[in-house]
Design a protein around this ligand. Structure first.
Ligand code: AGP
Length: 606
């Protein structure tokens, strides 16, 4: 989950590369580097730490040249050091890489026998040596020869002073696209890096490579055969990838949710008829009725929304549903066949485990539906059909608006499946009308953010947190705990409230803050007894409620109120205070909320 950018054209490449890398830093930010062809030779500059370090060095000693590649790293092989940073060069070849070369040790041994010397601990460096060793006049031919020896995943960009004014890029497993300009071309891991220059892009698929010069580009396969590719237009605006006056992308994205929740529903709810219209499913009515099993697979926050989707589909559409960690599912021998609908949930659409799980389900005969936010991402291009979230770019590493939009998309899919089966128009209408009220209700909660900030001030120095919920709100407890862990580095656990008695209750003392997600739904009474158990052991109770609860008097220390809705939709409301609580605690601990340590926005390696 590194970030790659490249430029070939008539303008100075250094600033284009650095500005592009700034937009990719959410993918990895432990070191960075660029390589530029200066007209006389190739210059490589690398630095450990955030991009700003490299940018500072380049301000002092800039590199002039109109062909260059850049990289921001999330270390997999070799610690974050200047030496291990990309680009890796060998002779007159420089390479930037996103992915993992699985057979790098064997290749390294072979190259050492041929007299090559290695300067880094990385897997990537073998690529530079392989290409240099294979070079015989055309860079793309040398890259093809090298890649045919490689096992693993890659998104790469390569330049060489032997074949200047050219970038060769290739993809297998890691996202890569080509940006089209007037006599200038770009390569990038993500459109955000080049959006200020072009909206015309060509997405590379696995096994494809691009050859870019300032006069044009071509796409080849790894047998050097030309491939005709479509050009896509990107609709995202530049503003959408800026902070818009907020201190952090995460806060901006939390406050965008009244709009993004509406955007996920826009034109997809027929409230009067109580059903949903989903044009991208690419499944006939007969096919939608033929499924006797739904498997939902995902990772991280997306896995939490999947748990809510499972309850929706089982309870309203009455179809047996399983939720699977994608990283486990891909190596298990799951019972999946052509009667299985496999729903794949992923904000980025590039998470390696989720992509592999989808491919596994596909080859077992399942129909796959991608619930994805990034248009044109690999999962979206390889699934049978899907539902785009339309939540706009999510740049903060801690996912927020994508979660609420995923829950909405799962509710829309459930309405589709349920109204085709046994759900009445009245029930469908009740759910649809409650969904349409959510944007305004979320706005109401956001207006109370300052109350949440006060609670954050109280608990900013806590060393542990427990989050508890029941039914639809158990996954929200998991999500609240994940948000806090990700950005504040406080150890936190989410649990089904009743499970607490079977162990975690031993953790409770005066120091332990316990967050209860307890709107007044069908299991509220049961949650009250769990709150009593915690209070009896001195725990500090923060409680999310949806109405006056006299029964909670004297039992809770802090109360956060959300508006009332139908039971199944409370997760969209109750998660908001938990997102803000985690955000404010992290800010008060002086941490980098948008780029938390050790994390990256989309995990494109296994
Ligand atoms: C969530 O805040 C994290 N960034 C992470 O758990 C994320 O949800 C997970 O990596 C899945 O990403 P995806 O939705 O892009 O597939």
């Amino acid at each position: 989950m590194c970030g790659i950018v490249g430029y070939v054209g008539h303008r100075d490449s250094q600033s284009i590369l650095i500005e592009g890398l700034k937009k990719l830093e959410y993918r990895g930010y432990d070191s960075a580097g660029i390589a530029v062809y200066t007209g006389k030779g190739m210059e490589v500059r690398k630095a450990k730490g955030r991009l700003a370090v490299l940018e500072g060095q380049l301000k002092e000693k800039p590199i002039a040249g109109s062909v260059g590649i850049g990289h921001t790293r999330w270390a997999t092989h070799g610690k974050p050091t200047e030496n291990n940073a990309h680009p890796h060069a060998s002779g007159k070849v420089a390479v930037v890489h996103n992915g993992i070369i699985e057979n790098y040790a064997a290749l390294r041994k072979m190259l050492k026998m041929q007299g090559h010397t290695f300067t880094s601990e990385t897997d990537t460096e073998v690529l530079a040596h392989l290409i240099e060793a294979a070079y015989d006049g055309k860079l793309e031919d040398a890259v093809i020869d090298a890649l045919n020896l490689v096992e693993g995943t890659y998104g790469i960009a390569v330049i060489s002073s032997k074949d200047p004014d050219k970038i060769v890029c290739a993809r297998k497993g890691s996202p890569l696209l080509i940006g089209l300009g007037e006599n200038e071309y770009y390569v990038a891991s993500d459109v955000a890096a080049i959006l200020q220059h072009t909206r015309q892009v060509v997405y590379l698929d696995d096994g494809e490579m691009g050859v870019l010069t300032k006069n044009g580009y071509e796409v080849l396969d790894l047998n050097a055969r030309r491939i005709k590719k479509g050009v896509s237009r990107i609709d995202w605006s530049l503003d959408e990838i800026e902070k818009g006056g907020y201190d952090h992308f995460m806060l901006k994205e939390i406050f965008e949710q009244p709009n993004t929740i509406f955007e996920t529903m826009r034109g997809r709810l027929v409230a009067e008829e109580g059903f949903s219209k989903l044009g991208g499913l690419n499944l006939s009515k007969e096919e939608l009725l033929s499924f006797d099993q739904v498997v939902i697979t995902a990772c991280g926050t997306s896995w939490h929304s999947a748990l809510i989707g499972e309850m929706y589909i089982e309870e309203l559409a009455r179809i047996r549903t399983e939720v699977e960690y994608a990283s486990e599912f891909r190596y298990r021998n799951p019972i999946v066949n052509d009667k299985t609908l496999c729903v794949v949930v992923s904000q980025s659409g590039e998470t390696a485990d989720t992509l592999a799980a989808m491919r596994e389900a596909k080859q077992r005969g399942a129909k796959t539906l991608g619930l994805v936010n990034v248009v044109g991402s690999t999962i979206a291009r390889e699934d049978h059909g899907g539902i785009y979230l339309h939540a706009g770019p999510e740049i903060g590493v801690a996912s927020t608006k994508a979660f609420t939009s995923q829950v909405i998309a799962l509710a829309l899919l459930t309405l589709k499946l349920a109204r085709l089966r046994t759900m009445s128009v009245l029930k469908g209408r009740e759910v649809a009308e409650a969904m349409l009220a959510l944007p305004q209700q979320v706005q109401q909660i956001l207006e109370g953010a300052s109350e949440i900030e006060k609670i954050a001030e109280r608990f900013k120095n806590a060393s542990n947190f427990l989050y508890l919920g029941r039914g639809y709100n158990f996954p929200v407890a998991l999500e609240g705990a994940l948000k806090l862990k990700e950005i504040s580095y406080i150890h936190a656990e989410g649990y089904p409230a009743a499970e607490m008695k079977h162990g975690p209750i031993a953790l409770i003392d005066e120091e332990m803050p316990v967050v209860f997600v307890a709107p007044h739904d069908a299991v509220f009474e049961k949650v009250v007894s769990n709150i009593q158990e915690v209070k009896a052991r001195g725990g500090k109770v923060i409680c999310i409620t949806s109405q006056e609860e006299p029964v909670l008097d004297g039992l809770i220390d802090f109360e956060l109120r959300v508006p009332q809705t139908v039971d199944m939709l409370y997760p969209v409301l109750t998660v908001i205070p938990l997102q803000l609580l985690a955000y404010y605690i992290a800010v008060k601990r002086g941490l980098n909320v948008d780029q938390p340590r050790n994390l990256a926005k989309s995990v494109t390696v296994e």
